[in-house]
Every structure is written in C-alpha cells, then in structure tokens.
Design a protein around this ligand. Structure first.
Ligand SMILES: C[S@@+](CC[C@H](N)C(=O)[O-])C[C@H]1O[C@@H](n2cnc3c(N)ncnc32)[C@H](O)[C@@H]1O
Length: 391
C-alpha cells in the first residue's frame, strides 16, 4: 500500500479544477479506507484514463480529500511529506494522479534490444513496466479498444459463449464502446450490434471482420428509451449484454442497490427482445440483493451462473451474472396439466404439443394424461406422470 500511495503522491500537481484521477486501485483503496465519501466516480473519465475520476469543487470537499490522502500516506514519512505539500497547494485545485501501474525502467538496467520483454512496453520513448491488472488498460490502448472493459466481455464470451457468430447483440450501458467493439468482432460481419447509453457514443467503424453497430442515446430506465432500443433491435436478439453501472457514491449499500436495479432494467430489455435460447450478461456489485436478482434471471433462463473475469480489478466487488438459454416456453416448471400425446420421439417417449412446443410425456401417441412439468428447456420440456389423487 505504501508504494501505491507514494506513487499517487509522486505525481501530485496542482492545476485547477479540483480533480483526482486514481488509476491505481491500491492507492484508491488506501484513500477510501480513510474517507469513502471523498471519492466519487464520474461516468465519463477524461481521455487517457480508464480510471475512477473525482471532480470536487468547494473548499470543504477539497479539504476532506486532502486529509484522506494525507492519512493514507501517514505510515510513510516521505509520503506524508509529499502529502502535506499536496494538501497545502493553492486553493481551487489539487490534482493527484495515481499511475502506480507504471514503473520506469530502472537506471541500472541494460537497454532492451528490440521488443521489450513480456510485462514491459514502450511508451513515449520510455520503457515502462506493466504491473497488476492495469495491463488491460495498456493493452486496450495498444490494441485500439476504447476501454479496458473490452477484455472483460472477451473473457466472459470465452467462458460462457454468449455472442454467436452472425447473431444480433444488444449492449446496455455501452459508452464509450469497448464492449461494442468486442461484440462486433464476435458476431462478425453478418451479425449486428445495437448499443444504448445516456452518453454519446462515437461511431464504431464497420469493417470486413466486424458487424454493423448502431447506437441509441438515452436513459435505459426510461420506457421511451427502451422502446427506441427495441425498435432498433427489430426481430429479436441472440444476446443482451450489460455493463451498465450507476454513478458511484462510495456508499457500498447504495452502490450495490443501484447496480442491482440497473441490472434488473437490463433483464427487462433481455426478456423483451431475446429469442428463445438467447443469452444474457449483466454486471452487478456483490451484496445482499444479489441472490434475488440471480433468482429473477434464473426464472427466465435455462440456468444462471456467475462469471468474474480476470480483467475485473482485484479490488472490485463486481461480477457478471450470465443467464444461458432464454426460455420462452408455454409451460412452467411444476405446472400440472393435461397433455394429448400426438407423436412418438426417437427414444420411444410420447410427445405432446403446446402451441407447437414439444413436451415429452411418458405415454403412447393417442393417450391423454395428466403430468407435472419437471424441466423446462428453451425448445422442449420434460414431465412426469401424475396419478389420480396425487395432485
Ligand atoms: C462501465 S461503463 C460501460 C463501459 C462499456 N462496457 C465499454 O466497454 O466501453 C457504464 C456505462 O453505463 C452508462 N449508464 C449508467 N446508467 C445508465 C442509464 N440509466 N441509462 C443508460 N446508460 C447508463 C454510463 O453512462 C456508462 O457509460
């Protein structure tokens, strides 16, 4: 922690406005440990950072911020000295930039020949080392992704296979567009991607390898925005992915509850537009309401699982709920009803049809039986016979 806080203070400069960019999670946590309320996360980090950004105006807020930074550094004399310098900067602005992920090449090291070795890279004529999870930030810069989050979607798709080639994907909370880029690559040129965000999203260029990307601007909690989104989606989607995140207050319970609410809104979008068998991904911050949300997802999908991509920061409580296989069955689990068996399956079991949907029943074609639905899949269901008086 000391090293991270020192890194934070090393680059303390003081132009207005009062802004703190904490790209080192360790340093951020150190400051947060002293006063959670000083750090507020902006929706729109300035270009060049993928970090949590604080924009504080007002002397009182600044004073609290400086105190928290000073306390975080108080276990190191040198850092504390730097902290008090930062804290005594002219009123109106303290800018503290934590770039703990970068360490310049040590002077006693031989210069690298050709390409830097793994874990090091060249930037602005310097060879710098990448440490921890911020490798993803640097990779995003190098590989042309608009956000480090892009790697989260890549890893989720590698783990849970949610973006089918040639399919239609919907991205909820899509700005600045890292997930849109990944989704467009994954569904490929014959696929289509539609994103929604209340922030403006720069066009994502269509290439030979990537799908066409369309965006809708608006607040997804507004029904009118959802209607515009569903119009843009048209016939139905194969995947709805959501990285939507609330404005962070730093209050754990509030941030958790808001993230659950937004994930629920994304679930509404999924339920409204996913085709049977389609998949759903939603970011949520771990906490007491997570189980309820997981149950809501489970009710609409064949099964639900948690994915914690490697690209999420260690210090983050975020995880992604993945609902696999949207169910659009006309029967529900545990429902008991009468089935007319009209056909025989390859394994000899009877098949009843409910609005064209296949229900396997332990009976012969031509029989009419009472049965309880035991397992519902997107395209068919299983049952067990119910004898008279058993219901
Ligand atoms: C973590 S960012 C998404 C990053 C994105 N996945 C990427 O890779 O570029 C979360 C986004 O959710 C958006 N957001 C938050 N609340 C929203 C709402 N009510 N309606 C629409 N977008 C919202 C924010 O504007 C922000 O762009």
């Amino acid at each position: 922690m000391r090293r991270a806080v020192r890194a934070l203070l090393d680059e303390a400069v003081d132009p207005p406005p009062a802004r703190v960019v904490l790209s080192d999670p360790e340093a951020r946590d150190a400051v947060l440990a002293h006063d959670r309320s000083v750090v507020r996360f902006a929706d729109d980090p300035p270009a060049g950072t993928d970090a949590e950004t604080v924009d504080r105006r007002g002397e009182e807020a600044l004073a609290r911020l400086r105190t928290a930074v000073r306390r975080a550094a108080s276990d190191s004399t040198a850092a504390a000295a730097d902290a008090s310098r930062a804290a005594s900067s002219p009123s109106g602005g303290t800018r503290v930039v934590a770039t703990g992920a970068e360490r310049t090449q040590p002077p006693d090291r031989r210069p690298f020949d050709g390409r830097p070795p793994p874990g090091w890279y060249e930037r602005g004529g310097r060879v710098v080392r990448v440490t921890g999870r911020d490798e993803y930030y640097n990779r995003a810069k190098q590989e042309g992704y608009r956000s480090r989050s892009a790697y989260k979607l890549r890893q989720i798709d590698e783990t849970a296979d949610v973006l089918p080639r040639g399919g239609v994907a919907v991205d909820v909370g899509a700005a600045p567009g890292g997930w849109l880029q990944v989704a467009a690559e994954r569904v490929g040129p014959r696929g289509r991607v539609v994103g929604v965000d209340r922030q403006r999203i720069e066009d994502v260029e269509k290439t030979d390898d990537r799908a066409h990307v369309e965006t809708v601007r608006g607040d997804v909690t507004d029904e009118t925005t959802r209607d515009r989104l569903l119009d843009a989606v048209g016939d139905g989607a194969d995947a709805v992915v959501s990285d939507v995140a609330p404005n962070m207050t730093g209050e754990y319970t509030v941030d958790h509850a808001r993230s659950v609410h937004l994930a629920g809104v994304a679930l509404d979008v999924a339920v409204a537009c996913l085709r049977p068998g389609g998949d759903f991904v939603a970011k949520v911050f771990d906490g007491p309401d997570l189980d309820r949300l997981r149950d809501d997802v489970d009710a609409e999908f064949e099964y639900v699982r948690d994915v914690r991509p490697d690209a999420s920061r260690d210090s983050s409580s975020e995880l992604y709920l993945v609902g696999k296989g949207r169910m659009a069955a006309p029967v529900a689990e545990d429902e008991v009803r009468t089935f007319d068996v009209v056909d025989t399956g390859t394994e000899g079991d009877g098949i009843a049809r409910v609005d064209g949907y296949a229900v396997f029943v332990d009976a012969a074609a031509g029989e009419t039986v009472r049965a309880r639905v035991t397992d519902v899949k997107p395209n068919y269901a299983f049952t067990e016979r119910v004898d008279e008086g058993e219901e």
